[in-house]
Design a protein around this ligand. Sequence first.
Ligand SMILES: [Zn+2]
Length: 456
Amino acid sequence: MRRRKKGTKALIFLFAALLAGIGAYIYTSEDFEREAPQILIEKKIFWNMKKPIGITLKDNLGISSYKITMNDGKNEEVIYEQKLQKPLKMVTVEVDAPPGFTFEKKKAILDIEVNDASRWNYFRGNESQKRVYVIIDRKKPNQYVISNSYKITRGGSAAVIFKATDENLKSVYIKTNFGKKFIPQPFYKEGYYISLVAWPVNERNFRAYVVSEDMAGNVSKTYIRYFLQDKRYKKVKMRLKKSFLEGKVEDLASEYPETAKMGPLEKFKFINETLRNKNEERIHEITSKVSHDMIDDFEIEPFYPLKNSAPKGSFGEYRIYTYNGKTVSRSYHLGLDLASVKRAPIIASNGGECVYSDYNGIYGNMPIISHGLGLYTLYAHCSSVLISKGDEVAAKEVVAKTGSTGLVLGDHLHFGVLVQGVEVMPREWMDKKWIKLNITDVIKDARKMIDMEEEE
Ligand SMILES: [Zn+2]
C-alpha cells in the first residue's frame, strides 16, 4: 500500500513537471514568442507621388506574411499579399499608386497587416495591423522675394523679406553656398518672413536662396538677387615680443594644463588657434539663435559703444604673427578694436537681452547682447561687466568697462557684431545711412507691398 501510494505521487509529480516543462518551453521558446511585428511608418503621412511610399516591417523572429491595401475613396486595391517561404526579420516594401487611382479627394488610406512566424496564438502567429492616412500633396510651396537690401559686401550684412506659403509647410530657411542656413523670422502678416544674412569674411563668393519645403517633400528655391561687392581685407604682420610671450601668453597658457610642456611659441600657437577656435565656437553657438515670434519692425540705432575712441584694429584683418622673422601663427580678427581711456564705460546703443556674461578665454570678460532678428553684439577684454545673463538691457545703458583681459596688450574694447553666428563688419551697423538704406527702408518697402497685396 505504502509503496503504491508513493508510486502514484511520483507519477503525478512527474506529469505535473512535464506539463510545467512544456508550458515553460512554449513560454520561453523562440518558436512561441509573443512579440508582435512592427510596422514602421507614421500614422499620417504626406506624399507628393514622386517616390514610392516606403514601409518597413520588422519582427524579432521573422515575418511570415503581409498584406497591404490602398483605398483612395473611389477604388480599393490589394497592393501586396505575400506569404514568405522563409521568414524574414525585416521586409521593406515600396508602395506606388496603382493604375486607375485618381486621388480626387487628395487622400488615401493604407491598411497594413503583418504576421510573424511564431507558433503562438494556436500556430497563427502574432499579428499587427496599422491604418495609415495619406495626404496627397503635389504642389510646391509658393514663394517669392518681396524686398531685399540692394547689395551685400564681403564681410557684411543684408536683409531679405519674402513670402512662403503652403498647405503643409514644414520649413523655411535661407540656404547659402558656404553651408550656413539662416533662419527667418515671421514678419508682419501670416506667410511673410524676414531674415538678416551675412557674407563671412573668409568666403570668396556669396549666393543665397530662399528655400521652403512642405511635409510631402516638395521644395521651392528662389535666388536672392544682391549686388555683390567684394572687399579686400588687410594682411597685417604682427611681430611677437618676448615680453608678450613671457607675460600675457604665459599667463593665459597656465590656465590650460595641456600646454605645460610646450615652448613659448607653441603656447602662443595653442592660444591663438586651438583656444581661439574653442572660444569662437562658443560665441557662434550663443549667437546662432533666432526667435520664432512674429515681428512688425526692426528699429536699430547706429552702434557707438565707446565715446571719443580711436580705432586700433580693423575687422577682417588677416593677422600673421611672426617671431624673429618666422611665421608662428595666423588668424582672422573678427571685430573692431577701439581704444579710449583705461576702464572707459562701454555703452549698448541698442537695447536687448544679455545672453552671455562671463570669461571666454582669449576674449577675456565678455558680455553678449541679443538685439533680435539674429543680431548680436559682443564686447570683449572688459575689466568689469555690469550686466548678467538674462538681464534686459536698455538702449544707452553702460554695460561694462574696457580692460585688457584675454589675449591683448593694452586696455581696449574689441567690439564684435554677429548675424546668426557669423561675425560681420561692425562699421555697417555703426553707420546711420547704411542702416537706413539696407535695413529700415527694406522693411518699410516690404510692409507697403504686403499691405497692397493683402488689399487685392
Ligand atoms: Zn580685437
